[in-house]
Design a protein around this ligand. Structure first.
Ligand SMILES: [Mg+2]
Length: 261
């Protein structure tokens, strides 16, 4: 089996709302350019992945076709680790979003070639997981409470707040939320990498006292030293870090330093 073609089909996703997930992540809304990556084999199997979640897809798609397609063309798509390693070798030309899309499409293709879903290919561990609702940044504590109660009524088993910032407002929202949903309902705070160490300590201590489930991405992902200090001083579990821009290898120092839970 060989890779016969690699294409990205661009399309528009219209009428998206403008959304913010705190000070560091803002989505423009309106019409957003997305792409569907297709890796096609000579026996007709197609592996797919989307590209363009956080920014328009056309730039990443162009770089993918220009730099990553030549790595993939004519190769066995099941040599996934080899191909992804070669893609990472060009990470100064093709962004992580393009490399990630190739990785997802190659896994999709491997599942289709094997005739089984990816979880079976990897070795299935569980067949269902509880879902939580995740907020965008909202304008007031009242809006968070209203939304959390709505999702709770739909059966969601927990709710995660994306911090509106600044930090005093974040604590006020978290306090109001605990009152609104009751003591037993799991709540989490995602700070979207927006604090420095002293602010992360203040907010972390506050939500620890409010019995929050975890404290997500309080600091930038390269601030491992401060994450270790937070880990030593806070009891609430830390969740970090969501986006390793250097790829999975970037987790090695995290595992060595053991800052998150
Ligand atoms: Mg997050």
């Amino acid at each position: 089996m060989k890779i016969a073609d690699v294409t990205v089909t661009l399309f528009a996703w219209d009428d998206l709302p403008t959304l913010s997930y705190g000070p560091t992540v803002k989505l423009a809304g309106g019409s957003v350019n997305l792409g569907l990556l297709s890796i096609v084999t000579d026996d007709g199997i197609v592996g797919n992945a989307f590209i363009g979640a956080h920014r328009p897809a056309d730039l990443d798609a162009r770089l993918l076709i220009q730099h990553l397609k030549p790595i993939l063309s004519g190769q066995d798509p099941l040599d996934r680790e080899l191909l992804i390693k070669r893609c990472w070798g060009l990470s100064r030309r093709a962004p992580i979003q393009a490399i990630g899309a190739v990785d997802v499409a190659l896994w999709d293709l491997a599942g289709k070639a094997a005739g089984m879903p990816i979880h079976q290919l990897l070795g299935t561990y569980r067949h269902s997981i509880p879902a939580y609702a995740s907020s965008p940044a909202l304008a007031s504590a009242a809006e968070y409470c209203e939304q959390a109660l709505h999702y709770k009524s739909l059966g969601f088993r927990a709710y995660k707040i994306h911090a509106p910032s600044p930090w005093r407002d974040d604590i006020a929202v978290c306090t109001a939320m605990r009152k609104a949903v009751g003591d037993a309902y799991p709540l989490m705070l995602d700070a979207g990498w927006s604090y420095d160490y002293p602010l992360a300590m203040k907010v972390g201590r506050a939500i620890e006292a409010l019995d929050y489930q975890w404290f997500e991405d309080p600091l930038t992902e390269w601030n491992i030293h401060s994450y270790v200090k937070l880990r030593q001083k806070l009891d609430i579990p830390l969740m970090a870090t969501e986006l390793p821009f250097g790829g999975l290898d970037q987790y090695a120092p995290w595992l060595m330093a053991r800052p998150p839970d």
